[in-house]
Structures are given as structure tokens and as C-alpha cells.
Write a protein that binds this ligand. Structure first.
Ligand SMILES: C[C@H](O)[C@H](O)[C@H]1CNC2=NC(N)=NC(=O)C2=N1
Length: 101
């Protein structure tokens, strides 16, 4: 099935299940704070592994003790799709293991 842009309502319903995530312009976004720069770096590597597996990639920013992601789906002109929420859910699953808040 071809991936489709989600409606506003579909986005809001999905965001309700993902505390900490929001829409920033046309992108799904979240920032995490970690215990150290090294912990943040390890989380970036872990996210990169997930992204390669999903073949779906965020703009991923490493700060001193922060990791920030924004993502949309290029193949539908930069709209938010289920692929973006799939990535967000996977990142939420791995975040606690890195002590990310
Ligand atoms: C060829 C490859 O499958 C595509 O370029 C993938 C790779 N990663 C991607 N990532 C994101 N965020 N959107 C895409 O449309 C996308 N497409």
C-alpha cells in the first residue's frame, strides 16, 4: 500500500499516544535530554541503526546532552505519514534504555 499524508485528525490522534512529540511546521519532532554527552552520542547511534532498518531517516541533532529529531516523509513531498510515527514509536521504545527524558 502506498504511503499517504495523514490528516490533521490522524496526526492529533497519534500524537495523543506519544507524549513529548509535537508537530513543528511540517515535521514530527521531539528532543530528549540525557545524562552526559556520551550517553547522547550512544542514543544517536542507536537511532541511526533503527533508521537504517526502517529505511526512514530523521534529521538528527546531537547537542552536549541532548538529542533532537525531526522527521517527515520526502516521498510524499514532506508531509507527515505513518512512517514518521513508526519511527517515533521505535525511538520511544529505545529512549528509556539510554536514560533519555
Ligand atoms: C530510497 C529510500 O528508500 C528512500 O529515499 C527513503 C529513505 N529515507 C527516508 N526518510 C524519510 N524521512 N523520508 C523518506 O521519504 C525516505 N525515503
Amino acid at each position: 500500500m502506498a504511503v499517504e499524508p495523514l490528516s490533521q485528525k490522524e496526526i492529533e490522534d497519534r500524537l495523543a499516544e506519544l507524549p513529548g512529540w509535537s508537530v513543528d511546521g511540517d515535521r514530527l519532532a521531539r528532543s530528549y535530554r540525557l545524562g552526559s554527552h556520551f550517553a547522547a552520542t550512544a542514543m544517536v547511534v542507536h537511532i541511526a541503526q533503527v533508521q537504517e532498518k526502517l529505511d526512514h531517516h530523521s534529521d538528527l541533532t546531537l547537542g552536549y546532552n541532548t538529542v533532537s529529531l525531526t522527521v517527515n516523509t520526502h516521498s510524499v513531498g514532506g508531509a507527515i505519514t505513518e512512517l514518521d510515527f513508526n519511527l517515533a514509536r521505535k525511538v520511544e521504545e529505545l529512549a528509556p534504555g539510554h536514560g533519555a527524558r
